[in-house]
Design a protein around this ligand. Structure first.
Ligand code: ADP
Ligand code: MG
Length: 252
């Protein structure tokens, strides 16, 4: 029962149907890749899963560990264990990374009825996470997204992921134009995060180096709002070699 199940999901944006009946299962502890050409609906699926109000679910169901979350609010879904990294995290001025992370972690603890961490307690936890990821300790004193490079934004996301320990992580990396170093930061972060939690990771990506680092257990291809292929890592390798043409050909 420990899985995220999507059953016949139909999603509309501004009155246009974008997802046309997607059924997919994300198993706990597995790494899965969601691929597909631009505009196929990958980000739409991610947003609908976390409950973004613009993405209207008109049919179908989302079940998290057997519990229906189709109509829950985004914060309730987050509490249930879903985490979405955004392609373009917002820039918030005047707040340090350390403060932001403490606020996020304490909000989650409040929601779960747990005692908040004091500044001192949180500092210890944050220092451990920083060391685990091999980041420069000065990083957490910087201001959120203030002139961050792509790689630094990724470090921030990964730190957040490690501290919040969600059970299902959606990483939407399609259009972020990351360089190899940034990709490696994310891939290493995921690998480390998986050592002590059973996280299920869904990486949304074009064919690229990401998958080489992560070797996903399963690859699914979305095209025009529907799933057109699924398989193991070899499917990603085939797409790397041949592009999407061979797979999407013949699909509406
Ligand atoms: N917020 C939105 N407003 C209007 N159209 C959207 C919105 N989000 C997505 N779409 C449309 O939905 C389709 C799928 O987009 P998207 O999910 O971003 O694809 P992908 O992430 O696979 O590139 C595209 O045709 C896109 O124009
Ligand atoms: Mg996208």
């Amino acid at each position: 029962m420990l899985m995220l199940e999507i059953k016949n999901l139909h999603v509309e944006v501004d009155g246009t149907e974008i997802l046309k009946g997607v059924s997919l299962t994300f198993e706990t502890g597995k790494v899965q890749a969601l691929m597909g050409p631009n505009g196929s609906g990958k980000s739409t699926l991610a947003h609908a899963l976390v409950g973004h109000p613009k993405y209207k679910i008109t049919q179908g169901q989302i079940l998290l560990d057997g519990r229906e979350i189709t109509h829950l609010r985004p914060d309730e879904r987050a509490r249930a264990g879903l985490f979405l990294s955004f392609q373009y995290p917002p820039s918030v001025s005047g707040i340090t990374i350390s403060k932001f992370l403490r606020t996020a972690v304490n909000a989650q603890r409040t929601a779960c009825g747990e005692k908040n961490f004091s500044v001192v307690e949180f500092h210890t936890i944050l220092k451990e996470a920083i060391a685990k990821l091999g980041l420069n300790p000065d990083f957490i004193r910087r201001y959120l997204n203030d002139g961050f490079s792509g790689g630094e934004r990724k470090k921030m996301e990964i730190l957040q992921m490690i501290l919040l320990r969600p059970r299902y992580v959606l990483l939407d990396e399609t259009d972020s134009g990351l360089d190899v170093d940034a990709i490696k930061i994310v891939a290493d972060g995921i690998t480390k995060a998986r050592l002590d939690t059973t996280m299920s990771i869904v990486v949304i990506t074009h064919y690229n180096k990401f998958l080489e680092f992560l070797s996903p257990d399963m690859v699914t291809v979305l095209y025009n709002g529907a799933i057109v292929a699924s398989g193991g890592y070899e499917l990603a390798k085939r797409i790397e070699k041949e592009g999407f043409g061979g797979i999407t050909h013949g699909h509406a």
